[in-house]
Ligand binder design. Structure first.
Ligand code: PRP
Ligand code: URA
Length: 207
């Protein structure tokens, strides 16, 4: 699918499989989700703009690079939290914003319950993080909020995506880069991704 990068790296796929496995309990789920998030981030940030800066090694001047723009990580609560810490280890200078969204069980509508973000996102690289892209309602809700704050460079990182969710995000944000470890088959009648990995938040936090 256009604009969607499926990260096929063997370590990503190995870890995704452990997360899919119903025998993986919360403790291991947390650890593996963190590991896979860090691996995915390498791919998701490959196109970040850098600018040259001079640097002196102990022996000689050298040409170095620094990221051109500051980074804001935005995990979607709750499940996005499972990917945050390991990504922060890679980009420790990143700022962190939060968007709290909960799907209503019957309507599958995503309802906001929390937001805390910098008031102007125009100058930042924004990485929206959520393990699951199902109907796409949560992602579009979060992206709308980022757009209201004038975010201009946003990328979406999901561990597992359903075709339905990708289509919905694409319809509203045709140029948004999406990174995922898998595009699964479809949604079931309760809006869960098949085969998916179940309820990511519940598996992460054991409730
Ligand atoms: C899950 C998941 C996404 C959302 C995806 O969160 O983490 O945010 O569902 O579904 P959608 O694409 O159909 O909107 P949920 O609302 O269950 O909240 P949780 O993370 O607190 O469990
Ligand atoms: N949210 C999840 O956590 N899993 C799904 O399969 C769909 C939405």
């Amino acid at each position: 699918m256009k604009g969607v990068t499926v990260i096929t790296h063997p370590l990503v796929q190995h870890n995704l499989t452990r997360l899919r496995d119903q025998r993986t309990g919360p403790q291991e789920f947390r650890r593996v989700l963190g590991e896979v998030a860090a691996l995915m981030l390498y791919e998701a940030t490959r196109s970040f703009a850098v600018e040259p800066i001079p640097v002196k090694t102990p022996l000689a001047p050298a040409r170095g690079f620094q990221l051109r723009r500051e980074v804001v990580l935005v995990p979607v609560l709750r499940a996005g939290l499972g990917m945050l810490d390991s990504i922060l280890q890679l980009i420790p200078h990143a700022r962190v914003g939060f968007i709290g969204l909960k799907r209503e069980e019957t309507t599958l509508r995503a309802v906001f319950y929390h937001k805390s973000l910098p008031p102007d996102l125009s100058k930042f690289e924004v990485i929206l993080i959520d393990p699951m892209l199902a109907t796409g309602g949560s992602a579009v809700g979060a992206l709308d909020l980022l757009a209201e704050l004038d975010a201009r460079r946003v990328r979406l990182v999901n561990l597992v995506a359903a075709p339905e969710g990708i289509r919905r995000v694409r319809k509203h944000y045709p140029h948004l880069p999406i990174f995922t470890a898998a595009i699964d088959e479809r949604l079931n009648d309760k809006g869960y991704i098949l085969p998916g990995l179940g309820d990511a938040g519940d598996r992460l936090f054991g409730v």
